[in-house]
Design a protein around this ligand. Structure first.
Ligand code: FES
Length: 106
């Protein structure tokens, strides 16, 4: 998939919130952190837990299953038991709409 997918209107996506979507079978979480948008795959690299059920600590999300921590901005894994980063996705705002795309197969 290479097209942009609309997640939400910018006006319906306030700072400090997140939205989840499905990009061609890949669950993706999009975050509004201080007015900038970031998207990561919504699957923990440890054992497949859904990350968006976990706690948010600034720009970090904590996996609700076993506590691995990931940077929302970079996808970097920050603590075990996960050791692989999560995938990130490009996000843009176009005509007031927050959009995300899967650029992995370009
Ligand atoms: S599934 Fe996320 S830490 Fe185990």
């Amino acid at each position: 998939m290479s097209g942009w997918f609309t997640v939400a209107a910018q006006t319906d996506f306030p700072v400090g919130t997140l939205r989840t979507t499905d990009l061609d079978g890949t669950p993706v979480a999009v975050f509004n952190l201080d007015g900038r948008y970031y998207a990561i795959e919504d699957i923990c690299t440890h054992d497949g837990g859904i990350l968006t059920g976990g706690a948010l600590e600034g720009d970090v999300i904590v996996c609700p299953r076993h506590g691995a921590r990931f940077s929302i901005k970079t996808g970097e894994v920050l603590s075990p038991p996960a050791y692989e980063d999560v995938t990130t996705f490009p996000v843009r705002v176009e005509d007031g709409m927050v959009q995300v795309r899967d650029a992995r197969w370009d």
